[in-house]
Design a protein around this ligand. Structure first.
Ligand SMILES: [Zn+2]
Length: 286
């Protein structure tokens, strides 16, 4: 075997390894954890490794994300243990249409009777239960969920006293949506972002992009996020926002560790650098 052939076979083997390894999801994604109050009327109701957020009001609640398909029961148990009723969840939103955040939404919709609203860019993926651009990877499929209404960039949705704004931040998925709102905690009010994600993850950027226009979408999204401000940065994966450390630092009389206005700009700069490195690698064919 020539060196070149050897290099090719190693590359092929590692590519196969990536596909099979990606089908094995981290155990933390489906591991239960107790729900808790993050700040004001925002609660964490996800698992140890995948976020789900409940924004409550006396006139109905909003749920953002549900995690893997098998996480629906865990999210529901967390909502109930915090003293809220499933039937009071009126609206379900999604950060982005991937199995690890949208997988449980069909079951959660059925059990709560909530309306599901998503961006037009993610509607087909949600209703098809598919990872757009990786439709043949069956490990990425999830139970399809009907989208009752689509939202455009800048549109707002209200349930009770809560209003959320849809900020389209495409790239990670075509319809990736970062939801923003404000929260009152004590006498203060804070700007909150439920960040969609800008990681490259399993996405192909070049030469055969995951979806047409993906590179330009990521670039526009980094510019948009760099121009936004948030006091509280909440992410779809707890490890993207050091959730465990912040949770451990919560306590009466202490400053809320989830308030950190430096986090969104820091994550945006780091994620953009990672995106550019991965784009160069993929363009070089390595
Ligand atoms: Zn994702």
């Amino acid at each position: 075997m020539t060196l070149k052939k050897l290099a090719l076979s190693v590359a092929a083997a590692s590519a196969l390894f990536v596909v099979s390894a990606s089908a094995q999801m981290p155990a933390s994604w489906t591991k239960p954890t107790t729900g808790f109050q993050v700040i004001g009327n925002i609660y964490y109701v996800g698992t140890e490794g995948l976020s789900a957020w409940l924004i409550t009001s006396s006139k109905g609640h909003i749920l953002i994300d549900g995690g893997m398909p098998q996480n629906a029961a865990l999210v529901e148990a967390n909502i109930k243990a915090l003293g809220f009723k499933l039937s009071d969840v009126d609206l379900i939103l999604n950060s982005h249409a991937h199995f690890d955040h949208a997988g449980a939404l069909a079951q959660l919709k059925k059990d709560t009777g909530a309306v599901v609203i998503a961006s037009a860019g993610d509607k087909a993926a949600l209703e098809g239960g598919k990872y757009i651009g990786s439709e043949t990877v069956t490990a990425y499929n999830f139970p399809p969920v009907k989208v009752d209404k689509t939202v455009a960039d800048g549109e707002t949705l209200s349930v009770g006293s809560n209003t959320l704004k849809a900020n389209l931040t495409p790239g990670h998925t075509k319809g990736c949506t970062s939801w923003t709102t404000s929260v009152k905690d004590g006498s203060k009010s804070y700007k909150v972002i439920f960040w969609c994600s800008t990681s490259v993850a399993a996405n192909r950027l070049a030469p055969n992009p995951q979806y047409p226009g993906i590179v330009a979408d990521y670039q526009k999204t980094f510019t948009k996020l760099a121009g936004m401000q948030a006091d509280v940065f909440l992410a779809p994966h707890p490890d993207q926002m050091n959730l465990a450390a912040k949770r451990a630092a919560l306590g009466p009389g202490k400053p809320n560790p989830f308030v950190d206005p430096t986090e969104l700009p820091t994550v945006t700069v780091r994620s953009k650098a990672d995106f550019e490195a991965q784009l160069s690698k993929q363009q070089a064919g390595s």
